[in-house]
Design a protein around this ligand. Structure first.
Ligand code: CDP
Length: 244
């Protein structure tokens, strides 16, 4: 699942992962965690050499908690600290460093060891899993996205004006779409969903139904392949599979 900032990827991906009984992976949280760590260490994020040196120093590991993958840095999980505005402001700079992406993409691919995944980010359909047949690109109007993000910030007791939030989203989208490495773009074969007027549940349902139709078209062999890739930790009962 790919799309611009505040396009609803996280909430929709979480709802879809529950419906499928799959694990949910927020790759944006990983780029945010690296940014948070760099800021904690007093590293200037524009100093690429120091950022790369930090990548060599830190130990990255993962755990699954309540069906969600968590990235730990040196054994600790930064949690909501990665959502702070100071991290948001710098994350696109860190995400444009090829060495950072190389390390994180490798980890992201390795997460299939935990079973099937719903993964969201900017380059999932283009770079991380280009051969998956299940690619979705979410978008919504700038006004709706700014409203959603303002609501998220309010829930974290962070005050921001609607206009300020809108500008910050636009700045980040421009950086994410314009960078040389793995820019945000619609993956070949992705289904684009404009969700300005859809609820989270409606959007997840649209995707679930789409996967089901796709599986019917792809035929029984592929259906079996998808079923057998389910993790033992997440038996079919946890969610209704789109082939059911
Ligand atoms: O939640 P929000 O839409 O604000 O963004 P996010 O998914 O938390 O991602 C934060 C930032 O990480 C993005 O603005 C990108 O710069 C970067 N990112 C990326 O480059 N590649 C990904 N697969 C995911 C995020």
């Amino acid at each position: 699942m790919d799309g611009p900032a505040a396009s609803g990827k996280s909430t929709v991906s979480q709802a879809l992962a529950k419906m499928l009984g799959y694990n949910y992976v927020d790759t944006g949280a990983m780029y945010r965690a690296i940014t948070w760590k760099a800021l904690e260490e007093g590293i200037d994020v524009d100093d690429t050499i120091s950022v790369i040196a930090m990548m060599h120093r830190i130990k990255i590991s993962f755990e699954i908690v309540d069906g969600q993958a968590r990235m730990l840095i040196d054994g600790s999980y930064p949690g909501d600290k990665v959502r702070a505005p100071r991290v948001t402001e710098k994350v696109s700079t860190i995400a444009a460093v090829p060495e950072v992406r190389q390390v994180l993409v490798q980890h992201q691919r390795s997460l299939t060891k935990f079973g099937s995944l719903v993964m969201e980010g900017r380059d999932i359909g283009t770079v991380v899993f280009p051969s998956t047949p299940y690619k979705f690109y979410l978008e919504a109007s700038p006004e709706v996205r700014a409203k959603r993000r303002k609501r998220d910030l309010e829930a974290m007791k962070i005050d921001a004006s609607q206009e300020g939030v809108k500008e910050s989203l636009q700045r980040r989208d421009k950086k994410d779409s314009g960078r040389n490495i793995s820019p945000l773009q619609i993956a070949l074969g992705a289904t684009v969903i404009e969700n300005s007027h859809l609820s989270v549940e409606e959007n997840a349902r649209v995707i679930f139904d789409h996967i089901r139709q796709q599986n019917i078209r792809r035929g029984a062999a592929t259906v079996g392949e998808i079923r057998s890739s389910k993790s033992e930790n997440h038996p079919v009962e946890r969610g209704k599979h789109p082939n059911d």
